[in-house]
Design a protein around this ligand. Structure first.
Ligand code: ADP
Ligand code: ASP
Ligand code: MG
Length: 439
């Protein structure tokens, strides 16, 4: 019998009505044996995700303020779901009491953030008649907070082999001693991938609120083209650069085992969605360019020094200084006498003075500028390797829109072109590139 792992995101499990859709989807195929659930997300645009409410409750408790009104809101979200689903004997008050007691003693941010997934998965398991599986002690992190993939595969795999059908809570696992540790936001996608890897699934279905990966962010481009097939590599580039439909780290566990990911829409289960796989066959006809994504909030550190090209190790020293302050860099375009480093503004800002001082004393540049308010845009597609002119068309689209390019970088893999523009030109740039390359 083949196995499908299904992961349902926050909007897919935000209300009783959504729970019913999820049940229909799971029950419509006997292979859907292992389910991963997120915490309730937004029901409407101004709504607050349960994970955000839990984070607020932690902040209030940690600063000695009253967390009870927020905890009441969390209670009410679950209470509404349970009442509408007519699950009347769920021990919600006791569960909330445990959270309250934790908040009142020595609150732990990760433990609290994880309670949305914990409760929602327990409720979903009950609603489906599946076994609830708590990932603490099964998804394991080492003492440095890094995922222990081998231990996870063994522990999670062996636990799930004992249960025919289960709901695993998304978003968290634990250190070896059992202390809860969450992934970064959106991390239930990683849980789904780990479950798929551990049970050797035939497919990992990631159910969300869009009919797959789209060629551009639907909040910026109206009605962007859907992507039918995409490689793991392209998907990772796009998700890293802001196409937030799937967590960028969700690719690794399934990629190792060659399990395809299918992104599907809970509200339109009839749509085929996007299939993500290792190698695409030629008949999976596709655009030269697969998608565009981007992010705001970068800074460019620009350095000029005459005869820089003769100084061996100049760029390495520069990156060494950034590493010392734990600033990771996104791109390093270089010229003969110039080098620029693109970094995340929020990471740079708190240590900016020290970093600049150290660059001045260690590297003695002729000029050094730091410019904030930069957005990065990635145009991604494996097809660009064999097609000429994509870069030219991208630049034409930008100049036709009267936008200044602040940085340009083409990865040596020819998988992507990265552009830097000012934050206030970001949306306009994405739209112009999309219209140039897709129409
Ligand atoms: P979930 O709660 O199901 O995990 P997410 O909010 O994490 O869902 O991801 C789905 C959202 O990703 C969509 O609603 C959409 O607004 C956004 N998104 C951003 N870029 C893209 C893209 N290129 N294609 C599809 N969705 C995108
Ligand atoms: N609930 C968590 C979040 O909002 C994790 C997830 O939904 O994947 O980020
Ligand atoms: Mg998500």
């Amino acid at each position: 019998m083949s196995i499908r792992v299904t992961k349902f995101g926050g909007t897919s499990l935000a209300s009783a009505e959504q729970f019913r859709k999820v049940k229909d989807i799971i029950m419509s195929h006997p292979d859907r044996r292992y389910v991963v659930a997120s915490a309730p997300g937004k029901r409407f645009s101004e709504d607050i995700k349960v994970t955000d409410l839990l984070n607020s409750s932690f902040r209030l408790a940690a600063s000695g303020e009253d967390f009870h009104p927020v905890l009441q809101k969390i209670h009410d979200r679950f209470f509404d779901i349970l009442t509408e689903l007519e699950i009347l004997d769920f021990p919600l008050d006791e569960e909330i009491e445990i959270i309250a007691a934790h908040l009142g003693t020595s609150p732990n941010a990760d433990y609290l953030a994880s309670r949305g997934e914990y409760l929602n998965s327990k409720i979903l398991a009950r609603f489906l008649g599946y076994t609830f599986v708590d990932p603490a002690g099964l998804i394991l992190f080492d003492d440095n907070g890094n995922l222990d993939s081998t231990a996870t595969r063994n522990k999670l795999g062996s636990r799930l082999s004992e249960v025919e059908r289960a709901v695993v809570a998304g978003f968290y696992g634990s250190y070896y001693d059992g202390t809860v540790k969450t992934f970064s936001r959106g991390g239930s996608d990683i849980t789904g991938s780990l479950v798929a890897m551990s049970v050797k699934a035939d497919i990992y279905e990631n159910w969300t609120d869009v009919s797959g990966m789209l060629a551009a962010d639907p909040r910026i481009v109206e009605d962007p083209a859907p992507i039918e097939y995409i490689s793991y590599q392209e998907l990772r580039e796009l998700s890293y650069m802001g196409a937030s439909v799937l967590h960028e780290d969700a690719v690794f566990p399934v990629r190792e085992s060659g399990i395809p990911i299918n992104i599907r829409n809970t509200n339109r289960p009839e749509d085929p969605g996007t299939m993500i796989m290792a190698k695409l066959k030629p008949e999976m006809s596709r655009n030269t360019v697969t998608g565009i994504a981007g992010k705001k909030g970068f800074s460019i550190i620009q350095i000029e020094k005459a005869l820089m090209n003769n100084e061996i190790g100049y760029v390495a020293k520069l990156l060494g200084i950034l590493a010392k302050y734990e600033i990771s860099f996104d791109h390093v375009p270089t010229g003969i006498d110039t080098v620029s480093v693109v970094v995340d503004t929020d990471t740079l800002q708190p240590v900016k003075r020290e970093v600049i001082h150290e660059i001045f004393t260690e590297l003695e540049p002729d000029t050094l500028f730091v410019e904030n308010g930069i957005s990065l845009i990635a145009v991604v597609g494996l097809g660009m390797i064999r097609t000429k002119g994509v870069a030219a068309r991208t630049l034409k689209a930008i100049s036709d829109a009267d936008i200044n390019i602040r940085m340009l970088d083409q990865g040596s893999s020819e998988l992507n072109i990265i552009l830097g523009v000012n934050d206030n030109d970001y949306e306009k740039a994405i739209r112009s590139i999309y219209h140039e390359l897709w129409s």
